[in-house]
Design a binder for this molecule. Structure first.
Ligand code: DPP
Ligand code: ZN
Length: 880
């Protein structure tokens, strides 16, 4: 397989101004007629006549005509993945291509395919080339009209982008619709849906008075699970007007939810297609996290209408132009709709868990990659979540008003264009000429892979009343980038005085009034900042709100950390101090265990968590996060060689100690928060549930009898899925005799609800029981499981590969299981296979025995015949 490089970018020889598509949908023989209005690209005027080179895969080519003249197969050249048509003579031409495709055989779920008997599409990144021959690249933007014809009885609903302009009946019980999208768009935003669907409808009036019809289409029987998605859509539309001044630009906005979908959702112009996971929710079927996920993803796809659709990417190396920006926008939105500190903490947890891990492994790549073999492999935490952190840093450096000026200039300059992250940076820079930031240095956040490490050191001079903070940054080599330059790191910080109050921050030489919080710019490899007039020795609070995606190393004492947990005015850093302390304690125990010493949980730490518990009443959501320990996989990242069993044992021991020591307070907090009233997903209600369930988890970890009784009772009687599934998860992870009965009862009750069964699969896959690999293998034959359904694979196989203990079983059984699934999936759905194989990427972080077992499996995958580009790229990098 061949790599594609950013440096090879060239504009297309031909532009496509109009696309007129006709779909004749028939089992076994769907015909696609594509009529393209093409024009020589003036950007390549000097080069003389160029052929028209189109991309295409897995299709049968029937006819090609240029300017209404039918070509013979001698006239054009067909490659395995291309069609080359000799240069048309004029400046413009009309090209008509007829192809035959078989959506019902499409198991890769890319292009046109079937889900539960309905037709749907997924064209990003390069699925359109499986529908018809086309210049499948985002810098080719065209206006589309689409005619869809199908059998009326089976496919009463026929949808595409834009406005419905005509419809009618044809012979043999067939009918058709015609759609017209007035906005030019790249082909990755094309969508078609045909099926037996029902919808709910609502309306939104934009600020300039446009009435927009909003519809959510689902399979019959799911109408009662769309309400939250619709509310989320209306909130998103309003928020984008208020926060960004961006208004919707058509009279219709449709969402279709399908059960078979590789990604979360897709922002096709005015016809979003969603994974059911991010639409369907009812209190008894969906958890609080599901409700929040729906709100965030509905918003994310809606926000793409401007950041992605109206202004799109020049090429796929620029993916973060739209994804980093749109993730940042959905994070801002969710923060405004819910608790902002809680949202920030959850986003950082996710960043650390998945993106820092990616940055530290063989698939590390910059936010704007330089090359790829398969673009589908680059829909990554780095492009998305780290990309969003880059946007947040613009916001931090420019302030809210300066950031908004940059956004406004970006749209003023680029509406209707396909552009680059450099164009975005230029708009931010040019809109803020008075801000002194070295933008060339800032650009390194797009170009250099890896997570910077910032080491900090503080020195207090009691005589001079100064505090000097010295910061040193390093960035380790990553694949293909042996040497790095210093980054521009915004450090939002404060100094906390002994009374717990923030001190005024005046740097030596300054005489302006001093703020108590400011953003230092770390631009050198090493830099010192001296604060004057510091009355007594402070404790520094660094990277408040996680102001840069870096790892901080600062020699805090346990006392400093408990002090910050209690006193830092920044909620994020109060949480962070607790996490840092917990990690320090647990890793200390891991070291003790490895050295053959007894593990003894320090009482100081247990007492500090008790304080967080005492304050639970003030902010229950925050308390739940403050009570939670760093995950096993995050702790693993902090070790040179991951001690799988040591981390698990130490973390369990700490959980049990907390559960025993604070038994009464935990039981009280559990009971205080048990009643959340009528169902609501308000931050208060979610906070109470998460606090209650955090307490229950500690009681269960301690093996407390009363805790076990409460857990069973909660499982059997709770009305909402959050409480039911938490209880079931705790039971499944325990050795309680009721374990099997509870799991069976749950499956019996929910066997008809695919999304609920996904939870059931993943709970079992993630349980830390010695029999997990056996159980997961058996579940592959469960009637509710299907290897062809991505959600099922993510739940069972993905759940298992994120199991920190069982996947990494020393005998290699977990690795062998995953390799078997990857090989099976490779032939069916390369995108899903590739996502699964990524669990191997960090194999070199484990001990020799595990490394050897993982390597055997990676090599077995590498030698699989017909290995897809997707899987090949990840495996090859992992073995490099
Ligand atoms: N559908 C994916 C997303 O919205 C890819 N664009 O992020
Ligand atoms: Zn997106």
């Amino acid at each position: 397989p061949r790599a594609i490089h950013l440096r090879d970018y060239a504009p297309p020889a031909w532009l496509i101004d109009t696309v007129d598509l006709a779909f004749d949908l028939r089992e076994g023989a769907t015909l696609v007629t594509s009529r393209l209005g093409i024009r020589r690209n003036p950007a390549r005027a000097g080069e003389g006549p160029q052929p028209l080179v189109l991309d295409g895969q897995d299709m049968e080519l029937l006819t090609v005509a240029v300017d209404n003249r039918l070509l013979t197969s001698d006239d054009y050249a067909q490659g395995p993945e291309s069609l080359t048509i000799p240069a048309p003579a004029g400046e413009t031409a009309t090209v008509e291509i007829v192809t035959r495709i078989k959506p019902e055989e499409n198991t890769a779920l890319e292009g046109l395919y079937k889900s539960s008997g309905n037709y749907c599409t997924q064209c990003e990144a390069e699925g359109f080339r499986k529908i018809t021959y086309f210049q499948d690249r985002p810098d080719v933007m065209a206006k589309y009209t689409v005619r869809i014809e199908a059998e009326r009885a089976k496919y009463p609903v026929l949808l595409s982008n834009g406005n419905l302009v005509d419809q009618g009946e044809s012979a043999d019980g067939r009918h058709w619709t015609r759609w017209d999208d007035p906005w030019p768009k790249p082909c990755y935003l094309f969508a078609l849906v045909a099926g037996k669907l029902v919808h709910i409808e609502d309306h939104f009036t934009t600020r300039s008075g446009r009435d927009v019809t909003l519809r959510i289409y689902v399979e019959p029987g799911n109408e009662d699970k769309c309400g939250h998605a619709m509310e989320s859509l209306k909130k998103s539309m309003k928020w984008d007007e208020d926060a960004y001044g961006l208004e919707y630009d058509l009279d219709i906005f449709n969402i279709v939810a399908v059960g078979d979908f590789n990604m979360g959702a897709m922002e096709n112009k005015s016809l979003n297609v969603f994974n059911t996971k991010y639409i369907l929710a009812r209190p008894d079927t969906a958890t609080d996290m599901d409700f929040l996920g729906i709100e965030a993803v509905v918003a994310h796809e809606y926000f793409h209408n401007w950041t992605g659709n109206r202004v799109t990417c020049r090429d796929w190396f620029q993916l973060s132009l739209k994804e980093g920006l749109t993730v940042f926008r959905d994070q801002q939105f969710s923060a405004d709709m819910n608790s902002a500190p809680v949202k920030r903490i959850q986003d950082v947890q996710r960043l650390r868990q998945v993106q820092f891990a990616e940055d530290a492994g063989p698939t590390a790549h910059p936010v704007r990659p330089e090359s790829y073999i398969e673009i589908n492999n680059f829909y990554t935490p780095t492009v998305y979540e780290k990309g969003a952190e880059v946007l947040r840093m613009y916001h931090t450096l420019l302030g809210a008003a300066g950031y908004r000026k940059g956004i406004d200039l970006y749209f003023a300059r680029h509406d209707g264009q396909a552009v680059t992250t450099d164009d975005f940076l230029a708009a931010m820079r040019d809109a803020n000429p008075d801000v002194s930031v070295d933008w060339e240095q800032f650009r390194r956040w797009y170009a250099q892979a890896g997570t910077p490490v910032v080491e900090g050191e503080g020195r207090y001079d009691a005589d001079a009343k100064t505090y000097t903070l010295t910061l040193r940054q390093t960035l380790a080599p990553t694949p293909g980038q042996p040497e790095k330059l210093p980054m521009l790191v915004p450090v939002a910080m404060g100094l906390v005085g002994q009374d717990g109050q923030d001190l005024p921050l005046r740097l030596a030489g300054e005489d302006a009034p001093a703020a108590t919080e400011r953003v230092l710019l770390l631009t050198e490899a090493e830099q010192s900042f001296t604060f004057t007039g510091v009355a007594s020795k402070p404790v520094p609070s660094l990277f408040r709100g996680f102001s840069a995606p870096v790892k901080l190393r600062f020699a805090y004492t346990d006392g400093d950390l408990t002090f910050l947990m209690a006193n830092d005015s920044d909620a994020f850093n109060r949480w962070e101090a607790g996490q840092t302390l917990a990690a320090k304690i647990i890793l200390g125990l891991v070291a003790d265990r490895a050295a053959g010493r007894d593990m003894v949980v320090p009482q100081g730490f247990v007492a500090a968590l008790g304080k967080a518990l005492d304050r639970a009443g003030e902010d229950t959501s925050f308390a739940a996060l403050a009570l939670s320990l760093p995950t096993e996989s995050y702790l693993g990242q902090l070790m040179e060689v991951i001690d799988v069993d040591g981390i698990h044992a130490a973390r369990d021991l700490v959980k049990a100690a907390i559960g025993r020591t604070h038994r009464n307070a935990l039981l009280k907090a559990y009971r205080d928060n048990a009643d959340t009233g009528p169902f609501s997903v308000s931050p208060e209600a979610i906070g109470k549930r998460s606090c209650k369930n955090a307490c229950l988890a500690y009681l269960m970890a301690a093996g407390d009898e009363e805790g076990r009784r409460l857990c069973l009772e909660q499982f059997r009687t709770a009305a909402g899925m959050t409480d039911v599934i938490t209880a079931l998860m705790l039971i499944a992870d325990s050795d309680m005799p009721e374990r099997e009965d509870c799991l069976a009862a749950f499956a019996d009750k929910w066997k008809g609800e695919a999304l609920v069964m996904d939870k059931w699969f993943s709970i079992q896959a993630m349980a830390s029981h010695p029999d997990t690999v056996k159980r997961v293998t058996a579940l592959l034959s469960h009637p509710s499981f299907s290897i062809r359904n991505p959600n099922k694979v993510y739940a069972l196989v993905g759940g298992f590969s994120s199991n920190p203990v069982c996947f990494h079983a020393a005998d290699g059984s977990g690795y062998a299981f995953l390799a078997d699934r990857v090989i099976e999936l490779n032939a069916l759905n390369p995108q899903v296979a590739s996502r699964m194989v990524k669990a191997f990427a960090r194999w070199r972080k484990y001990d020799g025995e595990r490394q050897a077992a993982a390597k055997v499996e990676l090599e077995r995958i590498a030698h699989t015949p017909n290995l897809s580009r997707d899987v090949y790229e990840i495996v090859a990098r992992s073995l490099e």
